[in-house]
Write a protein that binds this ligand. Sequence first.
Ligand code: PLP
Length: 395
Amino acid sequence: MVSKEMYELGSKRSVIRELFEYGKQQAAIVGKENVFDFSIGNPTVPAPECVKEAIIELLETKKSDEVHGYTSAQGDFEVRKGIADYMNNTYNSQLKADNFYMTCGAAASLCIALKALTVNSEDEFIIVAPYFPEYLVFVKSAGAKAVVVPADTENFQIQMDLLEKSINSHTKGIIINSPNNPSGVVYSEKTFKYLADLLKRKSEEYQNTLYLISDEPYREIVYDDIQIPYVPAYYENTIVCYSYSKSISLPGERIGYILVPDCVENTKDVYTAVCGAGRSLGYVCAPSLFQKVVLKCLGKTSDIALYDTNRKLLYNELTKMGYQCVKPDGAFYLFVKALEEDDVNFSQNAKKFNLLIVPGGDFGCPGYVRVSYCVDTEMLKRSFDAFEKLRDLYK
Ligand code: PLP
């Protein structure tokens, strides 16, 4: 006997993974160059040089146990101190090593944070559509309930009136993600201020601390000089979940952190619960070598200009063809209005032209499709013909 719930989760691939696998099969039949795979958010821009240099230097100069041995459960002190100093220089914050817990990427950061905050099965976390689909899995796994606020399809900011209505005495917190996967939108200062104000007001009304979980794997992937704020500066009870998966193209190395700043109420208790949740989930001592690698690469990013080239090309070409979408300010996704109500059918039709785009329903926003443009620019250029043929189906 195995857990039915876990069996179902394990046997059902995500729609994104399904498409990705389909793409590989199709490539074997029609040739790789004829498949336009925009399904997955796997960075194609190489990791910055500092990653390779750091790995070589660490392997050549350190003893085996210094790079491959266990660190403390919450991560190496020097690494956490280095990240704190870097954040303080960048955001004028006053963070210390002990505000950080190193993790295996944003997924682990979120699972740990949610588990640390969940007190009982009536607890609710609000998720704003369109959202990263795994949030639903993570919230459930923490033993809480996910409550979805429908998307603001006008601007892909937050429908504040609907958010306000969804807060009740069971609400523990809200997960936000800016720059956003799948919309590519960056939340405006107005959104952050309004959100902070609402959460403060509601915390008082219910005499219950509401936490803002800020999921920030795309923090540095922004265009046109957009600045991503330090979210705890807007709202004190913020827990930041960060990852180096996208900013320095290390998704397979599983490295990130949770930041519990001192401004969080009862910060020591929250941090201790984070340590406990990490322990309970088996997420202690994030990959040791890569903790040390990221320390040597602080402030570095992959070449975001390459994503920007794709962003402009894709946005300009698709809008010229008549597709509608909000111009993304960050991440590497374009969220395009499907040419029919049924986004699943639209995505199926796209497959006829070997165009792999993900239905928006999975992100809590039916009627749209996600185009992940962290792809080779030449492939992107070759795909325009397929986008045109897809559009012509609806003429
Ligand atoms: N959060 C968002 C919004 C994401 O897009 C992703 C990955 O695509 C994750 C979390 C998980 O990131 P990681 O690979 O660092 O676990």
